[in-house]
Unconditional design. Structure first.
Length: 86
């Protein structure tokens, strides 16, 4: 447990930031999952869901939540999945 005031403040800040990041990464995963489910079931506008997922992926990469190579890999995999379903 933190003893100094600065360490206690740092703990509070870390909790806030971690919570915010966890929410954004969760939204990213949900967006990607929606694309996969739409491709598998054939329901919904796959292209619109893909665009939303790409926007979410790019946003996460620019904020440093995920590595830019992971962002590129995820976008590529989703695009490949959509192309193979056609």
């Amino acid at each position: 447990m933190a003893n100094t005031a600065s360490a206690k403040k740092r703990t509070r800040q870390t909790e806030k930031v971690s919570s915010r990041k966890r929410t954004q990464v969760s939204a990213l995963r949900t967006a990607m999952k929606k694309v996969r489910v739409a491709v598998e079931t054939g329901e919904g506008d796959v292209q619109a869901l893909y665009q939303a997922a790409v926007k979410s992926i790019d946003s996460a990469a620019s904020k440093g939540l995920i590595h830019h190579n992971k962002a590129a890999r995820d976008k590529s995999r989703l695009a490949k999945l959509i192309a193979s379903a056609k």
